[in-house]
Design a binder for this molecule. Structure first.
Ligand code: WT7
Length: 681
C-alpha cells in the first residue's frame, strides 16, 4: 500500500540539514516504523507511552475495538484500566521530572502589537493548580461538564488544563460563535458552569463577550435549563489591579465595553484565584474517562459533540506533534489556529505542552494592523515551526510577496497547513515565498473526530507533492472505497475510510452514541468513514478532494470542487474560488463558480473567457464553467471553511439558507444574491 521506495521525480525533498537531526530521517525509516505501528500497535505506542507518567498500568489489550455495526456496538478503547492525568503529564512532569520549570511555555502576543507576556511551565502549573482549586470550591467534580467561552488568552489554557486536572470535561466554544450557538452547546452537554471573559478585540472590532454569554444563559433559561455560575476573566477591564494576570489587559482604550454583572450568578476570576492554594493533587483518571467535548458542525442538523478520552488522545497528540513538526527542544512553534477549534486543542495546548515545547499564543488577526503581522511575529520570536490554514495563505497571497519579504524569516524550518485541501498554487506560494524553498510543507489532513493528524508527510522523510497529504501517519490504515463499498487498489478515486482505529480517534458523540454509529460507521460496515473524497495516484500518494457532499456530478462524471477551484485559482487574476453544482435538465448539474479576484483587478468578459478556457485546459471540457460570478467575498465559517451549502442556494436563487449560525460574516450573502448570474456564460 505504501510504496517500498519513495518516488524520485516530480517530487520535492527536504534538505540534508533537516534530515541529519530528524526523528524520522528517511522514507525507509518511515516505512519500517509504519509497519510496526500497524502490525504491533501495542509495541509501537508502548514506546510513546514510556515518556509519560502512569499511576497504574493498563490491564487489557492496548487497543480494543469494533468497527463493524453488523457485529454489535461500535467502540474504541486504548490502554483501558491504566490511570493517569493529562494535566500532570503536560505540566508537573515537565516541571519536576524534566526540569523545564523555567522554560517558556507560551509567548502571549495580543491583538495590539506591543501587548505581550511570557509564561513559563512553572507559572502555568501554579495558575492551573489555583484555578483547579477554584473550580473545586465551586462544586465542580470529576465527570462534570464545564463550558469555556474565551478569547485567545493564556487563561483559556489555564481553564482547560484545570478541568483536566480534576477530571472535569471541558467543552470549549469558539469565542466567535453567537449566543444561540453557545446556548445550544451548553444545553447539549448539560454544563454546570461557564467560564468567559469581559471582552476582546479582533483587529479593530470590539467583541462584548460577557454580553453575548449572558444572552446565551438567558436563552438557556428560556428553554428551562439553568446554569447559575459564570466565572468572568477581566481582560479588557482596567480600573482594578489585576495581579497575577497571565494575559495583561489590552493597551487599547475600550469605552464601548459593556460588562453586565449579576451578583447572583457572576464570579470574578481574579478575586477567586487570588485566595486559591497552589497545591492541587491531580485526580487520577482511567484511560477511557472523557477529557473533552468539542462540537463540530454537521453538514445538516445540529452540531455533534465529539468526545475524546484521556490516554489515547494524549499519546496521539504528543506523537504527531513531535514527528510531524519534527520537534526539537530549541524550537519556537506557532500555530495560528484558535484554541476553540480542534487544531488549537491538539496543537496549541496538548501536543506542544506534552513535549515541553515553547509556543506563541496569538490573540490577533493576520491582517491587523497590516498584512505583514504574521511575518513580523515570526521574526520577533524566531519561529522555527509554523502552522496555519490554506485560507490564511490565500488571503495573504492576494497582497503579493512584498509584505512577506519585509521580514527575514530566517528562523523558519518547517511550514504546516491544515483545514482544507490546499490548492497547488497556494502550496507553491507558501513553499517558495514564505519558506524560500528551504522549508518542507506538511499538508496535514485530519478532523475534529480524528484527534490528530492522520494523513501527512513527515518533513524529513516524505518527498512532497504540492497539494497532496501524502501518506498515513503511524497506526493509520486508509482505504479508498467505491460506492458499493469495495476497496480499490492502485490509482483510484472514491471514499476515504480507515480500517482500524489509532489512539486519538473520537469515542462517541456526546449523549448520542447512535448518531456516532450512523454518521461514521453505517455506510460501510467495518470502516470509519471520513466523509471526504480521495484520490490515490500512480505513486501511492493520497490527494484529498474535499467533502463528498460537495462533489459535483456533471453528465455522470464526478468532479471534485477542489479540482475545479484549483484550476481557477491558477489564473493570475484569481485569489480564491468556490464551485458548486446547480441543477441542469440535461447534464444533471452545471458548474456555478464564484471567484474572488486579487487586489486591484477588475472583472470583465475577457477575464471570464480566460477563466473558462483555463478550466477546460486543466481538467477537460466536462468541467467547463457554466456560470462565473465575481464574488468580492465568500461565505465562510469562522474557521475559514467556505460554506458551499450556502453557495448552492445562492446559485439556485433559493432564499431558505438553513442554519447559518456558523457563518463568520452574514453581510456577504446579500451581496452575492444581488450579483447572481442569471444566464450561463
Ligand atoms: C475536515 C475536518 C483538522 C483540523 C481542522 C479542521 C478538511 C482538514 C485537510 C487537509 C484536505 C482537509 C476535510 C476534513 N481538511 N485538513 N490537509 N487537506 N482537507 O477540522 O473542522 O473537523 O474539519 O477538514 O474535509 O474532513 P474539522
Amino acid at each position: 500500500m505504501i510504496p517500498d521506495k519513495a518516488p524520485g521525480d516530480d517530487v520535492l525533498h527536504a534538505s540534508g540539514d533537516l534530515k541529519k537531526e530528524a526523528h524520522i530521517p528517511s522514507f525507509e525509516k518511515y516505512k519500517e516504523l509504519y509497519i510496526k505501528s500497524v502490525e504491533s500497535p501495542g509495541e509501537f505506542w508502548g514506546d510513546v507511552a514510556k515518556d509519560f507518567f502512569w499511576k497504574t498500568k493498563y490491564t487489557g489489550k492496548f487497543l480494543d475495538y469494533n468497527f463493524d455495526v453488523t457485529k454489535g456496538e461500535i467502540f474504541v478503547k486504548c490502554m483501558e484500566g491504566a490511570t493517569t492525568n493529562i494535566c500532570y503529564n503536560v505540566l508537573d512532569r515537565n516541571v519536576y521530572e524534566r526540569k523545564l520549570g523555567d522554560k517558556v511555555a507560551f509567548y502571549w502576543e495580543g491583538n495590539e502589537p506591543g501587548d505581550e507576556k511570557t509564561v513559563t511551565y512553572r507559572e502555568l502549573l501554579q495558575q492551573v493548580c489555583k484555578f483547579a482549586n477554584v473550580l473545586k470550591s465551586q462544586g465542580v467534580k470529576k465527570g462534570d461538564r464545564v463550558s469555556i467561552y474565551m478569547p485567545m488568552v493564556v487563561e483559556l489554557v489555564v481553564a482547560m488544563l484545570a478541568c483536566a486536572r480534576i477530571g472535569a470535561v471541558h467543552s470549549i466554544v469558539f469565542a466567535g460563535f453567537s449566543a444561540e450557538s453557545l446556548c445550544e452547546r451548553i444545553m447539549d452537554s448539560q454544563c454546570c458552569i461557564l467560564i468567559t471573559a469581559d471582552g476582546f478585540y479582533r483587529g479593530d472590532k470590539l467583541i462584548n463577550l460577557k454580553l453575548i454569554a449572558d444572552e446565551a444563559l438567558q436563552k438557556c433559561r428560556d428553554k428551562s435549563f439553568t446554569l447559575d455560575k459564570c466565572i468572568m476573566l477581566k481582560h479588557l477591564t482596567k480600573e482594578e489591579a489585576l495581579s497575577g494576570s497571565l494575559s495583561p489587559p489590552a493597551k487599547r482604550a475600550c469605552p464601548d465595553l459593556q460588562v453586565p454583572w449579576n451578583p447572583e450568578i457572576d464570579l470574578c476570576w481574579h478575586s477567586l484565584i487570588g485566595g486559591a492554594s497552589e497545591e492541587c493533587e491531580p485526580v487520577w483518571c482511567d484511560s477511557e474517562d472523557p477529557l473533552f467535548i468539542l462540537y463540530t458542525s454537521g453538514s445538516t442538523g445540529k452540531p455533534k459533540g465529539v468526545l475524546h478520552t484521556v490516554s489515547g488522545y494524549m499519546l496521539y497528540t504528543a506523537a504527531t506533534f513531535k514527528m510531524v513538526f519534527d520537534y526539537h527542544s530549541d524550537d519556537v512553534y506557532w500555530c495560528t489556529a484558535d484554541i476553540g477549534w480542534i487544531t488549537g486543542h491538539s496543537y496549541i495546548t496538548y501536543g506542544p505542552l506534552a513535549n515541553g515545547a515553547t509556543s506563541v499564543l496569538f490573540e490577533g488577526l493576520p491582517t491587523y494592523p497590516d498584512v505583514s503581522r504574521m511575518w513580523e511575529i515570526v521574526d520577533k520570536y524566531h519561529i522555527s515551526k509554523f502552522y496555519t490554514a490554506p485560507t490564511a495563505i490565500r488571503l495573504l497571497m492576494k497582497y503579493g510577496s512584498e509584505p512577506v519579504q519585509k521580514y527575514k524569516r530566517t528562523s523558519l524550518k518547517i511550514l504546516g497547513t491544515v483545514g482544507e485541501p490546499i490548492n497547488p498554487e497556494a502550496w507553491q506560494w507558501y513553499y517558495n515565498v514564505v519558506g524560500e524553498k528551504k522549508c518542507p510543507v506538511v499538508d496535514t489532513f485530519w478532523q475534529t473526530e480524528t484527534g490528530g493528524h492522520v494523513m501527512t508527510p513527515l518533513p524529513a522523510a516524505t518527498p512532497m507533492k504540492p497539494g497532496s497529504a501524502t501518506f498515513p501517519f503511524f497506526g493509520v490504515v486508509p482505504a479508498i472505497l467505491n460506492e458499493s463499498g469495495e476497496e480499490l487498489e492502485g490509482p483510484s478515486e472514491g471514499y476515504l475510510v480507515f480500517k482500524q482505529p489509532w489512539p486519538g480517534l473520537m469515542r462517541t458523540v456526546y449523549g448520542n452514541h447512535e448518531r456516532f454509529e450512523t454518521t461514521y460507521f453505517k455506510k460501510f460496515p467495518g470502516y470509519y468513514v471520513t466523509g471526504d473524497g480521495c484520490r490515490r495516484d500512480k505513486d501511492g500518494y493520497y490527494w484529498i478532494t474535499g467533502r463528498i457532499d460537495d462533489m459535483l456530478n456533471v453528465s455522470g462524471h464526478l468532479l471534485s470542487t477542489a479540482e475545479v477551484e484549483s484550476a481557477l485559482v491558477e489564473h493570475e487574476a484569481v485569489a480564491e474560488a468556490a464551485v458548486v453544482g446547480r441543477p441542469h435538465p440535461v447534464k444533471g448539474e452545471s458548474l456555478y463558480c464564484f471567484v474572488t479576484l486579487n487586489d486591484g483587478i477588475n472583472y470583465n468578459q475577457k477575464l471570464e473567457a480566460e477563466l473558462k478556457k483555463q478550466v477546460r485546459e486543466k481538467i477537460g471540457a466536462i468541467a467547463t464553467p457554466d456560470y462565473i460570478q465575481n464574488a468580492p467575498s465568500l461565505p465562510k465559517t469562522r474557521s475559514g471553511k467556505i460554506m458551499r451549502r450556502v453557495l448552492r442556494k445562492i446559485a439556485c436563487n433559493e432564499r431558505d439558507l438553513g442554519d447559518v449560525s456558523t457563518l463568520a460574516d452574514s453581510s456577504v450573502i446579500e451581496q452575492l444574491f444581488e450579483n447572481r448570474c442569471c444566464t450561463a456564460v
